[in-house]
Design a protein around this ligand. Structure first.
Ligand code: R5P
Length: 306
């Protein structure tokens, strides 16, 4: 019994890293859409009796989830062993509570669905706010790869006298880790979101930080309105142009242009979602995490979150 890695479209670089680290075989498949949008799938590398890893980041997730489901179902029907999903960006973690009566708990329903057709999950810094561990909603073993070390390494190498700035209190837990690893101070802003694109942030006391290079760090850059509001406030407070780092860069609509206009010195992201800003590599850490998951005997509880 071996391991076969299948790349969903756009995930070929991660899949190659997985193949190298796991000593696995690269699986071949044909996946395309019919003119009406339905998926056509043909698995060219049979996986009967083998464990499989599916490399698929879940940005813009709606169509990808269906493709993933079709692939996992087909492999399962043909006798594959364990099916591990390596999803550097894990979608649908935003709506983890009913803020208004009748709202769907989409975090929970997507977790339930995915848990029904995979046997293990590896992701990078999932957007966990009111849920604290993935296994509160996922019923399969999971490993979370933290990006803190890779981000801290980049900051240490590239920024002189940095001060790290997080846009909201919820990100303090991991921002403080990056600051400890990069050996620099950090501050948190206060954020209020009034709508998808309406964000207000206020800057608390920056004493001791105004002569440093601000490095804004957020877990997700989506519309970028959070970082734009933060850049504007930092500019008003007299700080130099800030470097912006996102763990996951979704860059919806005019996000990049908005960051440019707001005066970002540089915008960079981890390679969890393909984008020109990818400058921080987390693929090797993902592959190591997948190896640890596959090394655990089937049915073992999730390895503790790192
Ligand atoms: C919010 O909880 C997240 O940490 C990010 O701040 C948010 O997803 C960023 O979104 P946007 O780029 O649309 O402001």
């Amino acid at each position: 019994m071996g391991v076969i890695v299948y790349a969903l479209p756009g995930n070929e670089v991660l899949a190659a890293q997985l193949v190298r680290t796991l000593g696995a075989r690269a699986g071949e498949l044909v996946l395309r859409q019919f003119p009406d949008g339905e998926w056509y799938l043909r698995v060219l590398t049979a996986a009967a009796g083998d464990d499989v890893v599916l490399a698929c980041s879940l940005d813009r997730p709606n169509e990808k989830l269906v493709a993933l489901y079709q692939l996992a179902s087909s492999l399962r029907d043909d006798g594959a062993g364990r099916i591990v999903l390596a999803a550097p960006y894990l979608a649908y973690l935003r709506q983890d509570r009913r803020f208004l009566e009748g709202e769907a708990l989409t975090s929970h329903s997507i977790a339930r669905w995915l848990s029904g057709f995979i046997d293990g999950l590896v992701t990078v810094d999932p957007h966990l706010h009111r849920i604290h561990r993935l296994d509160e909603i996922y019923r399969v073993p999971s490993v979370v790869v933290p990006a803190a070390q890779a981000i801290a390494r980049w900051v240490r190498r590239h920024v002189e006298r940095p001060i790290l700035i997080g846009p909201d209190a919820e990100s303090e837990q991991w921002l403080s880790q990056v600051a400890t690893l990069a050996q620099c101070p950090y501050r948190m802003l206060e954020k209020q979101r009034h709508g998808d694109r309406e964000v207000e942030v206020s800057v608390p006391d920056l004493a001791g930080g105004v002569d440093r290079t601000p490095v804004l760090i957020d877990d997700i850059i989506s519309t970028a309105r959070t970082l734009v509001a933060a850049l504007e406030r930092l500019h008003e407070a007299g700080l130099p142009r800030a470097v912006c780092i996102g763990v996951h860069g979704l860059f919806v609509g005019d996000a990049e242009e908005a960051l440019r206009q707001a005066g970002a010195a540089r915008v960079l992201t981890c390679n969890t979602v393909n984008h020109a800003s990818n400058a921080i590599d987390v693929h090797a850490d993902i592959a190591t995490a997948v190896a640890s998951l596959l090394a655990a005997p089937p049915g073992e509880p999730s390895p503790p979150p790192r």
